[in-house]
Every structure is written in structure tokens, then in C-alpha cells.
Design a protein around this ligand. Structure first.
Ligand code: ADP
Ligand code: MG
Length: 253
């Protein structure tokens, strides 16, 4: 290959380039030097051990690693459900360590969507009521929140099932309700902890395709934890974690 020699960039050019990169990449969440240690009978478990991570707005990021590698711990910290032992975490411009319990609860309610492996729907509420629930906590007016909930159920392909309770829906349909619920309040980031782990591969594949569609349509930022190759294939970026440390990352188109 014949590459023409380039002049070394001036400090001013380098600074301008760095500023342009920072502006082009909009960051939703950051982790710097984050550790989470658990004290147990046998000593200290380093569930996370010095993690640096930026979550970019609009990406579909997969945190991939074997069981016990620290994936749920990482998502729990990003979701302000847990506190780091050391390090700094920001979500939607807020430094989590600076927030009171009440401020954390408000951040979770208004800016973070959660999707869990076991769906975690409220069994006595219908699908539409489950999706409305967060908006009810936010004090949104009844008609507006009902309309938004139906819109979100339609977006996940369940527009006709709003009056069913979780027990009357399949696992895949329950997880779709959970996706609609996570989207309803228009969060800055949606955290999904092994969302396909309880689904057969066909149902998982359909659910993932739907989430990719929502990611593209609404620009919603998703962070998945997984060890499912189907999830990794669809991610825009895969970060590999092992023993609480980030090992490598791959960017996809
Ligand atoms: N509450 C806890 N108390 C003690 N150890 C824990 C606790 N939660 C997680 N761990 C340990 O931290 C490590 C990472 O766990 P976790 O984040 O759940 O991994 P993953 O989600 O990748 O399976 C594991 O060794 C696990 O046993
Ligand atoms: Mg886990």
C-alpha cells in the first residue's frame, strides 16, 4: 500500500477534532473506574472490577459474558438500583453517587426503562394497565396515559390484547408488554437484563427483531445483558465482560 505521508496535526487541529468527536457522539451514560464488591462469608467478591464504559445515544449495546461475569451487577448500577463500591457513574447527565434516595427513584421512574428476564409484570393488572403504571406514578392524566399505553402496545404488536392479564398471555407476549411498559415514559435509556433467557429461540428472535425496529424507529438507547448469540448479532456494539472486567468490544454496522 502506498500511503502519502501526512503532516502531524497541529495542537489546534487535534483539539478541534476532539471537540467534533465529542459533539458527534452523544453520551447517555458513563462509568469510570466502577467497582462493586460484595462481602461474603468466603471474602470479597469483585462483581465489577474497574469498569469504564460510555453508552452512546441511540445504540443497541450488548453486554456479553458468561454467568457470573457481572452483567446484572453492571445493569443494576446503571439503573440506579444499586451503589458502586468505587468509581463514578452518570446517567442522563446526573452523577448517581450525588443523588438522594428520592432523586434516584425519580431518575428511575422518569428516565430509565427496565426489562427483566422474568418479565416482572403486575399479575392483577391488565396489559394496558401494566403499561400505564409508570405514567400513573408520574401523575399523567388518565386519558393521555391510556392513549400512550395503547400506542405502545400497538408498537409491540399487542394492540388487540390490552385487556388481558399477564396470566392470559404467552411468555413472548408478556415480554412485549414489558417492552411497551419500558418505552411508555420515553426514557433516556432502556436496560434489559437477559430479556430472551426464558423464551424459545423463535419467540426470542421475533422479540429481538421488534426491539431492533423500535431502536431504529424511536432512536431509543438499549443496553442488553446477554450470553445469547442472537442478541449479539443484532447489537450495534458488543462489550465482552469476564470476571467483572471489560475484555474487548466489537462495533457492528
Ligand atoms: N448480592 C450478592 N452478594 C454476593 N455476591 C453477589 C451478589 N450479587 C452478585 N454476586 C456475585 O457477583 C458476581 C457477578 O454476579 P452477576 O452480576 O449476577 O453476574 P451475571 O449477571 O453476569 O450472571 C458473581 O460472582 C455473583 O455470585
Ligand atoms: Mg445476571
Amino acid at each position: 500500500m502506498n500511503v502519502a505521508p501526512q503532516p502531524a496535526p497541529s495542537a489546534a487541529t487535534a483539539a478541534a477534532a476532539a471537540a467534533a468527536t465529542a459533539a458527534a457522539t452523544d453520551i447517555v451514560a458513563t462509568m469510570r473506574g466502577v467497582t462493586r464488591h460484595y462481602e461474603s462469608g468466603g471474602g470479597t467478591v469483585k462483581a465489577l472490577d474497574g469498569v469504564d464504559l460510555d453508552v452512546e445515544r441511540g445504540e443497541l449495546l450488548a453486554i456479553a459474558g458468561p454467568s457470573g461475569s457481572g452483567k446484572s451487577t453492571l445493569l443494576g448500577l446503571l439503573g440506579a438500583l444499586d451503589h458502586a463500591t468505587a468509581g463514578r457513574i452518570t446517567v442522563d447527565g446526573k452523577v448517581l453517587g450525588d443523588l438522594s434516595a428520592k432523586e434516584s427513584a425519580l431518575l428511575r421512574r422518569d428516565r430509565i426503562g427496565f426489562i427483566f428476564q422474568a418479565y416482572n409484570l403486575v399479575p392483577v393488572l391488565t396489559a394496558v394497565e401494566n403499561v400505564e403504571y409508570v405514567m400513573m406514578l408520574q401523575g399523567r392524566e388518565k386519558d393521555a396515559r391510556r392513549a400512550r399505553a395503547l400506542e405502545m402496545l400497538t408498537a409491540v404488536g399487542l394492540g388487540a390484547h390490552g385487556d388481558r392479564r399477564p396470566g392470559e398471555l404467552s411468555g413472548g407476549q408478556q415480554q412485549r408488554v414489558a417492552v411497551a411498559r419500558a418505552l411508555a415514559a420515553n426514557p433516556a435509556i432502556i436496560l434489559a437484563d437477559e430479556p430472551t433467557a426464558n423464551l424459545d429461540s423463535h419467540t426470542a428472535s421475533d422479540l429481538l427483531d421488534m426491539m431492533v425496529g423500535l431502536n431504529r424507529e424511536f432512536g431509543t438507547t438499549f443496553v442488553f445483558s446477554t450470553h445469547d448469540p442472537m442478541v449479539m448479532e443484532r447489537a450495534t456494539r458488543v462489550v465482552h465482560i469476564r470476571d467483572g472486567r471489560i475484555e474487548s468490544e466489537e462495533r457492528r454496522s
